[in-house]
Design a protein around this ligand. Sequence first.
Ligand SMILES: [Zn+2]
Ligand SMILES: [Zn+2]
Length: 369
Amino acid sequence: MTSFDDQQQPVVEHTENIKCTSCGGNTEYNPESKGLKCPFCGHEMPIEATYNHTVELDFESAGNSRNHLWQEEKRVFQCQNCGAESVLDANVVADFCSFCGSSHISVTEKDAGIQPGLLIPFQISQDQALDKFRVWIKGHFFAPTQLKKTYRLHKISGAYLPYWTYDSHTQSHYVVRVGNYYYETVTRTVYEDGKPKQVTEQVQKIRWHQESGNYREFFDDVLIKASSTVEPKLLQKVQPFQLTSLTDYKLEYMSGFLAERYQTSLQQGFTEAQDVMKNGITRGIERSVAGDIVQVVNLSTDYTNITYKHILLPIWISSFHFNQKVYQFIVNGQTGKVSGNYPLSIMKIVFVSISVLIVLLMVYLFLES
Ligand SMILES: [Zn+2]
Ligand SMILES: [Zn+2]
């Protein structure tokens, strides 16, 4: 649990679902029009996309402030199977886990945590995502035919994945080992047809010394994934997201979608961000110190003016079971890039292997005759 527990409950502003101005039904976010759409009468309502440039939040004071917690009423569902925690509008009930397909999912007492400041709204609709799933599964010959026929039955959910971004000024003191090349002329004796002969050549040597100094660098928006429910390899394949499309988080964008609650805490995320920054600082020092070889041997860094943002990035996810194993298929909700893993049909593999063997055998017999 977070460090917010021992404090009093936040004042939750009760927000109604956004009602259709035409018929009063509950509207849903529609990726195609980037507005709200009423599923009952089809009425469309635009959302004004905004970008607030002062969205950076102070990292040091984050632990003792309740101000940044999710303002609307949300419910957190936890999956007993994979541990994923889904944040949904309070009036929505989850009946299966989008990340593993399990129906062992129950509402928890946990609060939804820090409210996202920015998100990338979905641009790919559910129908488009399903089409991509169909094309993808058909393109994989070794996937079982049964799966290809039933793909429409597999649920595909729109989920916002949690990320942190950190900004920080850094000031580092470093010690480096610097090597500079120099050349020595060496004369040695070689034997040609048994006769000794003198040759001179240039040999490269390295002269080493140590030096120390100070180095400053500002890091902007170091992105850290705060979820581990989607297979990292799959997620890697559908990246990148175009972060220039980030817009202010609005309740409207969540309508009909879920957000995964972050599993990496704000603190842990910063520790990971420091590793990224340390790599950047090391490369920066290696570039700025003159020398043929520069190796950082000691580095101590102060991080100041640290700010963070909690952001959400959109994916469509379908988790399907096949012979008691879970497979994930994901679509980047912004760009439409897909990736997934799928079961192999043993029947097809056996069939193809036997066919190949028969062909090889025939070629062999032909060449022998
Ligand atoms: Zn309506
Ligand atoms: Zn699950």
